[in-house]
Ligand binder design. Structure first.
Ligand code: 4AD
Ligand code: MG
Length: 458
């Protein structure tokens, strides 16, 4: 269907002014007055609507009337003209209704609550809010690929179906073709009868396979869907999220922290440059001062504090926390919020966590108590990155795995990377939806995903 994107009309207006052009789109709103009718048309290519001015003297009512319907899909031919109020407008000469839209269309009003919109995820992309969210999500994804491509990382695709629980938190969804009432006397017998002949699930992280790729390709990253059967019903947890995991050989924890900071600043700059309309919209409607915040983040250094120092800061804060702070226990959301929102008032790396609350693969520090791991916390969202130098020593890694009760047999290939030409290497995981929340000010992870999957809700 030959037509021009509304975005192109606006951005290359000189080529089209005073000419007849064809556009397609959906009616966002319309208004009828005496001699004229107005339609706000949106085609998803830009947040800006194209205003159609229907001059009733020049068009039969039987042509324009069926187009005065919220949600209807139109193909319109008309003259593209300058306008004092809107910048540009169009005077239609022909209108074809591609798809009419009956009265039960749920998006009749200009503004709907996010809660209501969550009940109609299939229609949300037709609202300005979600057009902006998915516009930034698109640019952000592209920016991430651009960053790694520019810095010589190879994009690898790690398996989605896997037998290993990278994070060891027991949050894997099972993958099976066994009937629900499969008969088996033992667990082994049950899994022996399954598709792969062994227990399998959806990946919680591509890291382990990523490390295997990196210890050959040098620098890699993954960018794909990740699944966690976490029963945390919060505004920051999704059962299916998109995960970016770079893995860098010949890099220690300080190197990877430097890379992570540069990476975050770079992708924020990219979005600032390429999504000005979307960010202006979020700044006005979602988080006042958002653009200033992002500019400040790019211009200043991230904070850095050890876990041990953070515990001291929290204890001295005089705050009444729901969960008491004790060295050795994991930081709760309220603690993370205090550190990043009140104490540092900017993104902060918390480093050197106690080894007992972190994963088996992290490099053990000389103190025997902590690991070379860091989380990047940001105001408003909390943890957006989990990062560490990996334990490169074969014996130490094996001992840590045994201590955590892991079956070494399932990790023989992983252990081989430490047996054959082991190197210092480091990596991190960034949740796409978490950084998207930070960049847009969107408060709930359910509003960053096309079809969010959360506990009890497909
Ligand atoms: O801290 P996590 O669990 O670290 C890993 O998975 C490591 N294997 C990463 C690595 O070193 N390669 O997860 C990393 C990030 C978190 O910081 C968070 O941004 C995101 O993944 N994340 C989630 N995002 C949305 N919903 C969830 N349920 C998430 N769980 C983790
Ligand atoms: Mg983490």
């Amino acid at each position: 269907m030959k037509h021009i994107d509304i975005k192109t009309l606006f951005s290359q207006s000189a080529d089209f002014l005073q000419k007849s052009v064809t556009v397609c789109g959906w009616v966002r709103t319309w208004r009828d007055s005496k001699g004229v009718a107005f339609i706000e048309l949106n085609d998803g290519t830009t947040l800006k609507n194209l205003q159609l001015i229907i001059e009733k003297d020049n068009m039969q009512e039987s042509v324009y009337r069926p187009a005065l319907v919220v949600g209807a899909a139109l193909k319109v031919e008309g003259k593209f003209i300058p306008s004092e109020r809107n910048g540009y407008e169009m005077i239609p000469s022909e209108i074809a209704v591609l798809g009419s839209c009956p009265q039960d269309y749920p998006l009749q009003k200009k503004h709907h609550t996010l809660e209501f919109l969550r009940t109609i995820p299939h229609l949300r992309p037709r609202t300005k809010y979600f057009e902006a969210v998915f516009g930034v999500r698109n640019q952000l994804s592209f920016a991430i690929h651009t960053y790694f491509h520019k810095h010589g990382y190879k994009y690898v695709h790690t398996p989605i179906i896997t037998g290993s629980d990278c994070e060891g938190a027991g949050e894997m969804f099972r993958v099976t073709t066994q009937p629900w009432n499969a008969k088996a006397k033992t667990e082994e017998e049950y899994f022996a009868g399954d598709f792969f002949g062994t227990r399998t699930g959806l990946t919680v992280s591509g890291q382990l396979e990523g490390e295997m790729a990196a210890t050959g390709l040098g620098r890699i990253y993954t960018f794909g869907p990740t699944f966690r059967a976490e029963h945390s019903n919060t505004t920051r947890h999704a059962a299916e999220f998109w995960h970016i995991e770079p893995e860098v050989c010949f890099a220690d924890i300080d190197d990877i922290i430097e890379i992570a900071e540069d990476f975050i600043k770079s992708i924020i700059s990219d979005v600032l440059e390429n999504c000005p309309d979307e960010l202006a919209y979020f700044d006005e409607r979602v988080e006042k001062g958002l653009i200033e915040k992002l500019k400040k983040v790019i211009a200043s250094d991230f904070g850095k504090i050890t876990y041990t120092e953070a515990v001291e800061v929290l204890k001295k804060s005089g705050k009444e926390f729901k969960y008491p702070v004790e060295w050795g226990s994991d930081l709760q959301t309220e603690h993370e919020k205090y550190l990043t929102e009140e104490y540092f008032k900017k993104p902060v790396f918390v480093t050197d966590y106690p080894k007992d609350i972190k994963s088996f693969y992290m490099k053990q520090n000389a103190d025997g108590k902590t690991v070379a791991a860091t989380d990047l916390l940001v105001p408003g969202v909390g943890e957006i990155i989990g990062c560490s130098e990996r334990e490169a020593d074969y014996e130490k890694l094996k001992a840590a795995m045994l201590k955590k009760g892991m079956t070494l047999d399932a990790y023989n290939e992983y252990l081989d990377t430490r047996k054959y030409g082991s190197v210092p290497h480091s990596g991190f995981g960034l949740g796409l939806e978490r950084i998207l929340m930070y960049i847009t000010g969107v408060q709930n992870i359910r509003d960053t995903l096309l079809f969010p999957r959360t506990v009890g809700n497909l």
